[in-house]
Design a protein around this ligand. Structure first.
Ligand code: BG6
Length: 485
């Protein structure tokens, strides 16, 4: 456990801090993973006194800890760590309050849960108030820019004050236990890694489906869309973890280096290929879990009923390297879909010669890696039916690995707990490097430009469905189909 660390959370009154960051820190304390000496400065511009802030935080932790258990002893310890500091982020002189709070010889971790447009100026004010030491670390939430050029701007602004080794760019998907398990699954199991290439794998599917809509963020989301919101970061990171070459060690630089190579090997989708490789969708009214929901253009806060922004994306992506030549990666992600599910499906090839013609095609092995819900891994196999009536009839069976069974806490930790732990330890393996961010924007920019140049319209899909029918065509025209349990 790293001692000598203090945390400063900027934007502590925002949604992310309330829903994720404060509860994650409380859980770490509860698990005995925060050093006794660690203090937390909660920074925002709102005028509220520390006592009231702590009272409100207690309420939200209680609410959040409902299922995980609220422990009043832990809360008392945790609340003593909290100090509310009011700072108007645009006022340089107000950063002095932080300088006064800081204790010499302790490492400060600055967590920016603020709009990214403030990153540059917050860094500058921290610097001017002498709050940055060579050991200080900074944590940045997404989005880092909205295209390659703007992401370079954000990286350069932060890079003026912090070295790359002290910059922790969050992609919360990397904090999910199942995503880290991809490393163990792939590189600790000979049986898996010996068959992890185009000689055995037919195609890969990555799905991140959500039932929520845009959750009151219309004006933000309408400028962003699902490609920037989910593909540029989470889905491409998942793709990297599935497809990168084995790193030579589990050191951050090695893992991140392999991910950059993979991102650079993605075949561009441009104006000539966009039609056959990419689908944009937008949800119309429909039903989710038995209740009616409105369409994207009827959502509260809708500013343009002619918006062509996408709330759904399906892609066929090719990785141009030796291992994956000829293996398509089908990616899809959308809001207001039938179920909340995030999973990777590895679909294996047919046998070279079939002794069981009735299984052909249908029963190819599939490895399903489920990130949420019900975190775990399933391997679909063909097995003989236990029956005397038939000579050698087969059926599809599933081997199941349920991650909850092996958890030491009878719960799966939230991604932010893991991410906080790694920043505190000073290990960047679960954070995105500047090169990764820029390589993924480079690839997305080309696709966005193709959509723009071709004026590609979104296809409507009903809320509560699995997306527009064109997404079925995308995969079915290759004689494949999206995985259904
Ligand atoms: C965020 C996106 O990064 O990820 C949201 O901005 C999305 O739009 C969320 O809902 C999904 O995260 P998770 O962990 O619920 O899959």
């Amino acid at each position: 456990m790293s001692s000598n660390i203090d945390l400063v959370i900027f934007g502590v009154r925002g949604d992310l801090a309330r829903r994720k960051l404060l509860p994650a820190l409380y859980q770490l304390d509860k698990s005995g993973l925060l050093s006794d000496s660690t203090r937390i400065a909660a920074v925002a511009r709102e005028k509220i006194d520390s006592v009231e802030f702590i009272r409100q935080t207690e309420e939200l932790i209680k609410e959040n800890a409902k299922e995980k258990g609220f422990d009043s002893k832990v809360w008392t310890r945790f609340s003593r760590r909290l100090h509310y500091i009011r700072i108007d982020f645009s006022q340089k002189k107000e950063f002095k309050a932080l300088q006064q709070w800081a204790i010499d010889k302790r490492t400060m971790i600055y967590y920016l849960a603020t709009p990214p447009s403030l990153y540059g100026s917050i860094c500058k004010h921290l610097h001017d108030a002498s709050c940055i030491k060579p050991t200080s670390r900074i944590v940045l939430e997404k989005p880092i820019g909205h295209d390659l050029q703007s992401s370079k701007g954000v990286n350069a602004a932060v890079g003026e004050y912090f070295e790359e080794r002290n910059i922790y760019r969050i992609d919360h998907y990397l904090g999910k236990e199942t995503v880290q398990n991809l490393l163990a699954l792939r590189f600790a199991n000979r049986i898996i890694n010996s068959q992890w290439d185009n000689s055995c794998i037919d195609h890969v599917e990555i799905t991140a489906a959500e039932t929520v809509g845009i959750e009151g963020r219309w004006s933000y989301y309408d400028k962003v869309g699902q490609l920037r919101d989910m593909v540029q970061n989470h889905l491409l990171q998942l793709l990297c973890m599935v497809a990168m070459e084995p790193p030579s060690s589990l050191q951050a630089n090695e893992i991140r280096g392999e991910k950059v190579k993979l991102l650079r090997a993605l075949r561009p989708i441009d104006s000539d290929t966009v039609e056959e490789n990419a689908v944009r969708g937008q949800y119309s009214a429909g039903w989710i879990a038995g209740s009616p929901v409105v369409g994207y253009l009827e959502e509260d806060g809708c500013e343009s009923d002619a918006s062509n922004n996408e709330t759904y994306v399906a892609l066929k992506v090719q990785v141009d390297n030796w291992r994956w030549a000829g293996v398509p990666f089908y990616l899809r992600t959308g809001k207001r879909m039938q179920e909340k599910v995030t999973q990777v499906v590895i679909a294996y090839k047919d046998n070279p010669h079939s002794l069981f013609p009735e299984t052909e095609g249908e029963a190819n092995n599939k490895l399903v890696i489920r990130l949420q819900p019900n975190e775990g891994i399933q391997l679909e196999m063909v097995s003989k039916k236990q029956s005397l009536k038939e000579r050698l009839a087969t059926e599809k069976r599933t081997l199941n690995l349920d991650f909850l069974d092996s958890s030491d806490e009878s719960r799966i930790a939230d991604a932010y707990e893991r991410l906080f732990l790694e920043v505190i330890k000073g290990d960047q393996w679960l954070f995105v490097s500047r090169d990764e961010i820029e390589a993924s924007w480079h690839w997305c920019d080309e696709l966005l430009a193709a959509w723009r140049d071709r004026k590609v319209p979104t296809k409507a899909y009903s809320a509560g469905s699995w997306g527009p029918s064109k997404a079925e065509v995308l995969i079915e025209s290759d004689n494949r189909s999206w995985y259904e349990e």
